[in-house]
Ligand binder design. Structure first.
Ligand code: 5AD
Ligand code: SF4
Length: 425
């Protein structure tokens, strides 16, 4: 979502202020840092990143803005932490940034806009493709979260759930497809909650059916889904709509019922496994990815082993895993009971196991044929092209650059940890 916010802001600034993006930081007159506060580490990084501007700013009159979740969290307080920042815009305020920059240019420095609104206007700023060949785009469909998991800052920095109108989403995708986009990823903190607050809006599965009618759109992905809201209607939508990739990101966080309860996730491991088997039994070759938190307060070795068991049972194709990091505003902001060395050890065990499962998926793919959307030249070799399979794995193969942006069939010949290699058919 942050990446897409940056794309939208860039489009808005080009359009409203008639300015151009630069290739290097040293050429820029305006620098905006988009930020994440979901864990402590990226938050610290923001302030070291701002610190780097002391040198750059001293010689020239550069405008420095901070936006995103850390901007939302700190607001005016950023100005007392550093004198280098000129403006701060929170997560609902992207649409105001052109005016804020104009104000800064009139010497009104130190402006912070972090208000939340009932209608999030910034969601409707035009987006554009994120890949070099203009075939893949993100489309935000909702923002905010009202689940209040006990560890999470997101409901406090992204605000209440707000869904964009399905009509606007449809038109935006239509516009992107007319530009050449073939794959969209629908974004939201909890896409399953899409439309639930409005009696007139369609549901998320209905939205999938609606946008799948767009001619020229070949692939639809979405992220993130909450297991507690993942209904049968969504399983059947994925199964029935060919364009929806058979791939679901379904964050479990922990395999221990005790920890899930403390996390206030609203499901048990049994509930989660029911949803998993519903997906697996209905959708051929469904690929599930997930998020894990290790070292959550009061997590014992036995709780952690429950997480390992679930990884072995579901066999996620890949996962994101993190050490628990106490976050302001959350229920657990003051609690952090598991020693960092234990967190580190558990994280390594989990990540090593995940690596071996991922590698096995990759090895099992040798000899299989995949439809690949070619989106770049391979990073390693000029003659090689690179693209993604339906389950989002990177596939490299020899081919002519005229294939960039197209779908091709590739037979897998070699498996690596983070990618596959194949032959063009
Ligand atoms: N500590 C560690 N990981 C966290 N996440 C969210 N909050 C925290 C936290 N306080 C992780 C969850 C979530 C992902 C986006 O970030 O796994 O799904
Ligand atoms: Fe955070 Fe939970 Fe909402 Fe996800 S569902 S954004 S983890 S509060």
């Amino acid at each position: 979502m942050n990446e897409n916010d940056s794309i939208q802001l860039s489009n808005l600034l080009i359009q409203k202020l008639n300015i151009e993006p630069t290739k290097t930081l040293s050429d820029a007159d305006i620098v905006i840092i988009n930020t994440c506060s979901v864990r402590e580490k990226p938050e610290h990084k923001v302030f070291s990143e701002i610190g780097r501007f002391a040198k750059i700013k001293s010689g020239r009159d550069i405008i420095l803005g901070v936006i995103g979740c850390v901007a939302q969290e700190y607001g005016q307080k950023i100005f007392s932490k550093t004198s280098l920042v000129d403006f701060v815009a929170g997560t609902h305020n992207i649409h105001l940034i052109p005016d804020m920059i104009s104000d800064v240019l009139k010497n009104r420095k130190g402006i912070a806009n972090i208000a939340f609104y009932d209608k999030i206007e910034s969601l409707n700023i035009a987006t554009s493709p994120y890949d070099d060949y203009g075939v893949k785009a993100y489309v935000s469909i909702m923002q905010g979260c009202e689940n209040f998991c006990s560890y999470c800052i997101v409901p406090f920095v992204r605000g209440k759930e707000y869904s964009r109108k399905s009509h606007d989403i449809y038109n935006e995708i239509l516009r992107l497809v007319q530009m050449g986009v073939k794959e969209v990823t629908l974004l939201g903190q909890n896409v399953n909650s899409y439309g639930k607050k409005s009696s007139t809006e369609i549901s998320f599965p209905e939205l999938l059916y609606k946008i799948s009618e767009i001619k020229g759109l070949d692939r639809i992905r979405f992220t993130t889904s909450h297991p507690k809201d993942f209904g049968d209607d969504l399983v059947y939508a994925i199964k029935n709509i060919d364009k929806v990739c058979n791939q679901v990101h379904l964050p479990i966080q922990s395999g221990s019922n005790k920890i899930l309860k403390l996390m206030k996730r609203g499901y048990s491991r049994e509930d989660y496994l029911d949803k998993f088997y519903k997906l697996k039994d209905n959708i051929v070759d469904i690929r599930i990815t997930t998020d894990f938190i290790v070292g959550f307060p009061y997590e014992t070795e036995e709780d952690f082993q429950d997480t390992i068991k679930i990884l072995n049972e579901v066999k996620y194709i890949s996962s994101f895993s993190f050490k628990y990091s106490p976050r302001p505003f959350s229920d657990n902001s003051e609690i952090d009971t598991v020693d960092d060395s234990i967190k580190r050890k558990r994280l390594k065990i989990l990540q090593d196991l995940q690596k071996s499962i991922t590698l096995q998926y990759n090895k099992d793919s040798v000899g299989k044929i995949f439809d690949i959307l070619v989106d770049s030249s391979s990073k390693k070799s000029q003659e090689e092209l690179s693209g993604r399979s339906y389950d989002n794995r990177i596939v490299n193969f020899k081919g002519d650059t005229s294939l960039l942006g197209k779908f091709v069939k590739v037979k897998i010949t070699q498996a690596f940890q983070n990618s596959l290699r194949g032959e063009l058919l």
